[in-house]
Design a protein around this ligand. Structure first.
Ligand code: ADP
Length: 639
C-alpha cells in the first residue's frame, strides 16, 4: 500500500494529504479514473503488515544454528509436498520401458486380445506421461515457493543481524565480505533450493527405481549392468567432474586476466604512447590471451574425452546386453519384451549419473555458502546489552569519564586513563592532532564501543547498565561526512522521528537556514534527494544533517565538525546553525577548525590518547600552553 496508513478507501481525498505541489491544491482522482486506480491497487503485492520488531538481543529462534535442514523444515508442508511430487515424477517417468516390454510380450501376437492389450498399455503410457508432467509442474511450483520463502527469511535474518552488530564490524574490508554474503552466497543457496536439491533427489531416486526394475526384470542382466557399466561410468564421471572444476577455474581466471589487462592498457593509453610501450604491451597481452586459449583448450579436451567416453560405455553395454540377452532369449530364459525394456532402461541410466555429478557441485557450493552465512550470523556484537539493562530516564546531560582506557584491538592503547566531567548544557570542544583519539572519545560516549577499563557515566548511570535504545534516543550524533538516504528531504530530516509533522520539519530547516534552498526545489521538502545526496551541495548536505539532529532534539549532541572545504557562505550558515543547535544541550564537538573551538565553553586538548589540557578558551590562551601554541600556528597559517 502506497503512502502509509491513510489508504485509498472511501473514494474521497486521495494521496498524501496537505501536500500541495507548487501551491496547487490536490483535487483528488477524477471519478472516471477511480475504478482503474482501484483495479491497479488490487494487484499491488501485499508484503504483510509492517510491524517489524527489533531488539538488541536475538530471540531463541534467531539463535538456532543455520543449516540446510533448519531452513527447509521451517516450511514442513511445502517440503512434504515437494518430496511427494519428486517421487511421483521419478516413478511415472520410468514406467515407459516396462510398459513397452508388456506391449511387446502380450500385444504383438496376432489376435483380438492383443489389440486390447496394446490399447490399454498405450492409455496407461499416456496417463503416466501426463502424471509425470503434472508432477514436474507441481515440483517446480513447490520448490520455487519453498526457495523464495526460505531465501526471504534468510535475507531478513541476516539483515536483522547486521543491524545488531557493533560498529567495529563495519570496517571497509568487511563491507565487501558482507556484500558477497548477501549476493553470491545467497544466490548459490537460491539455486540449490529452487532446483538443485529437487534434482539431486530426483536423479538419485530415478537411479534407484531403474536399478530395482532391472533386478525385477532379470537378475543376471541386472548384475552385469550394475557391476560392469555403473562403476566405469561413475569413475569416468568423477574424473570429469574434478577436471572440469579445474578447467572452469582456469577459464574464469583467464578471462579475468584478459579483461584486467585490456582495461589497464585502455586507461593507461596516454602513458603507454608517451613511453613507447606498445610493442611490450602487445607481447604481454598475447601471453595473457594465450593463457586463456590454453584454458579453453583444456576444457574442450576433457569434454572430448567424457562425452564420447560415456557414449562408448553405453554402446559397449548395449552390445554386451545384446549378446548375452539375445542368447537368453534364444534359450527362452528371457522374453523379447524384457530385453527391450532392459535396453531402454540402460539408455536412461547415464543421464542421472551425469546430472548427479553436476548437482553435487551446486550442493557443495550451497553448503559452503551456508557455512559462511552461519559464521556471519554467529558473530556476536561486541557492544552487548546487559540482560538486566534498565531504561535510561530522561537525562540532564552530565557526562563523566572515569579512568577510561580503550583500544580497538586487544593490546593496542588508543585512549589512556581519561578522567573528564562535562556538565549538563556545556559545550566542550575536543581538539588535537589527527589520530589523537578525539573521535574515539566521541564514539565511546555514543557507546559504539565499550571502554577496555574504567567507565563512562551519563547522569550517574554507567552506559553499560542502561538499554542501548534508551541511551541512543537521548543522544544525537552528527558525523563528519553527512549521509543522506535515498528518499525525500523530509525523510532525511525526520530520520529519527518519522512521525514528526511537516511543520516540525520546516522549523528544523528554518533553524539551520535551509528554508530558501528547499523552497527553490521542485517539490519542497518532498523532493527526492539522490543516494548520497548528489543533488545537494556539500554545505547543504551538512545543514540537512544538522536539521536532522535538531529535529531529534537529543539532550546530548556529539558532533564531528566537517573538515571539507566549504565556501564562506555555507560556513557562516553552519556556524549560525550550530549556535542554535548547541543551545541548552550538552554538546561534544570534535573541532577541526580552532575558530569553532574558541566558541565552546571549554576546550579539551587531546594528544596521544591522553587529555593534556582542559579549560575555557580564555584560560588556555592565558596559560600559553599546548592550545595557545596550536592556536598561534593556526593563525599564522590562516592569516
Ligand atoms: P582523531 O579523531 O583524533 O583523529 P581517532 O580517534 O579517529 O583520532 O583515532 C585514534 C587512533 O585510533 C588512531 O591511531 C587511529 O588509527 C585508531 N583507530 C581509529 N579508528 C579505528 C578502528 N576502527 N580500528 C582500529 N584503529 C582505529
Amino acid at each position: 500500500m502506497a503512502w502509509g496508513g491513510g489508504g485509498f478507501g472511501g473514494g474521497g481525498a486521495i494521496g498524501p494529504p496537505g501536500r500541495p505541489v507548487n501551491g496547487l491544491p490536490f483535487g483528488g482522482i477524477p471519478s472516471e479514473l477511480q475504478e482503474g486506480v482501484n483495479r491497479l491497487l488490487a494487484t499491488e503485492p501485499d508484503h504483510g503488515p509492517i510491524a517489524a520488531e527489533f531488539s538488541q538481543r536475538p530471540t531463541p529462534e534467531e539463535r538456532t544454528k543455520l543449516s540446510l535442514w533448519t531452513l527447509l523444515t521451517e516450511y514442513p508442508w511445502l517440503l512434504v509436498a515437494a518430496t511427494l511430487f519428486v517421487i511421483t515424477v521419478a516413478v511415472a517417468q520410468q514406467a515407459g520401458p516396462t510398459l513397452t516390454g508388456i506391449a511387446i510380450n502380450h500385444g504383438m501376437a496376432p489376435g483380438h486380445r492383443s489389440m486390447m492389450v496394446v490399447g490399454v498399455v498405450a492409455a496407461i503410457y499416456l496417463l503416466t506421461t501426463i502424471l509425470a508432467a503434472l508432477g514436474q509442474r507441481g515440483q517446480a511450483k513447490t520448490t520455487g515457493r519453498l526457495a523464495a520463502s526460505v531465501m526471504n527469511d534468510l535475507r531478513v535474518r541476516v539483515f536483522l543481524h547486521l543491524q545488531r552488530l557493533s560498529l567495529d564490524f563495519y570496517t571497509d574490508e568487511k563491507a565487501g565480505v558482507i556484500m558477497s554474503r548477501m549476493t553470491a552466497d545467497i544466490e548459490n543457496l537460491q539455486q540449490l533450493l529452487q532446483d538443485g536439491l529437487a534434482q539431486l533427489v530426483l536423479q538419485a531416486l530415478t537411479m534407484t527405481v531403474i536399478t530395482v526394475v532391472l533386478f525385477v526384470l532379470d537378475v543376471r542382466l541386472a548384475l552385469i549392468t550394475v557391476f560392469l557399466i555403473i562403476p566405469i561410468t561413475t569413475v569416468l564421471t568423477l574424473w570429469f567432474r574434478r577436471q572440469s572444476e579445474r578447467g572452469y577455474l582456469r577459464v574464469r581466471d583467464g578471462i579475468a586476466s584478459v579483461l584486467a589487462d585490456l582495461s589497464e592498457s585502455l586507461h593507461g593509453v596516454r602513458i603507454v604512447t608517451a613511453h613507447n610501450r606498445q610493442r611490450h604491451n602487445i607481447v604481454h597481452h598475447r601471453n595473457v590471451v594465450g593463457d586463456y586459449r590454453a584454458a579453453n583448450n583444456f576444457t574442450a579436451q576433457i569434454a572430448a574425452v567424457y562425452g564420447p567416453g560415456t557414449q562408448m560405455i553405453g554402446w559397449l553395454g548395449q552390445a554386451a546386453l545384446l549378446a548375452i540377452g539375445g542368447e537368453m532369449v534364444l534359450h527362452h530364459s528371457l522374453t523379447i519384451g524384457a530385453l527391450i525394456s532392459f535396453f531402454l532402461y540402460l539408455n536412461r541410466f547415464f543421464q542421472p549419473i551425469q546430472l548427479l555429478a553436476q548437482q553435487y557441485n551446486s550442493l557443495q557450493q550451497g553448503q559452503s555458502s551456508i557455512v559462511k552465512l552461519r559464521g556471519l550470523l554467529e558473530t556476536e556484537p561486541t557492544v552487548q546489552e546487559a540482560p538486566d539493562a534498565r531504561e535510561l530516564p530522561a537525562i540532564n546531560g552530565e557526562i563523566v569519564f572515569e579512568h577510561v582506557s580503550f583500544g580497538y584491538q586487544p593490546g593496542t592503547v588508543v585512549l589512556e586513563d581519561i578522567d573528564l566531567r562535562i556538565a549538563p548544557g556545556e559545550t566542550v570542544a575536543f581538539v588535537g592532532p589527527t589520530g589523537a583519539g578525539k573521535s574515539t572519545l566521541a564514539k565511546l560516549i555514543a557507546r559504539f564501543y565499550d571502554p577496555s577499563s574504567g567507565r563512562i557515566l551519563i547522569d550517574g548511570h554507567d552506559l553499560r547498565d542502561v538499554t542501548i535504545e534508551s541511551l541512543r534516543r537521548q543522544l544525537g550524533v552528527v558525523p563528519q561526512e553527512p549521509f543522506l538516504f535515498a528518499g525525500t528531504i523530509r525523510d532525511n530530516v525526520a530520520f529519527a522521528r518519522p512521525q514528526a509533522s511537516d511543520e516540525e520539519v520546516w522549523e528544523a530547516l528554518r533553524t539551520v537556514g535551509l528554508v530558501e534552498v528547499i523552497e527553490r526545489l521542485p517539490n519542497g521538502i518532498h523532493t527526492t534527494v539522490h543516494e548520497r545526496g548528489q543533488s545537494l551541495s556539500s554545505g547543504e548536505r551538512q545543514l540537512v544533517a544538522l536539521a536532522r539532529a535538531f529535529l531529534a532534539r537529543p539532550r546530548v549532541l556529539v558532533l564531528d565538525e566537517a573538515t571539507s572545504n566549504l565556501d564562506l557562505q555555507s560556513e557562516t550558515k553552519i556556524e549560525a546553525a550550530l549556535d542554535v543547535l548547541l543551545e541548552n544541550r550538552t554538546a561534544v564537538l570534535i573541532a577541526h577548525r580552532l575558530s569553532t573551538a574558541m566558541r565552546a565553553d571549554r576546550i579539551v586538548v587531546v594528544d596521544g590518547g591522553r587529555v593534556v589540557e582542559v579549560g575555557t578558551p580564555f584560560d588556555l590562551m592565558e596559560r600559553k600552553g599546548r592550545f595557545a601554541e596550536m592556536y598561534a600556528t593556526w593563525m599564522s597559517h590562516v592569516g
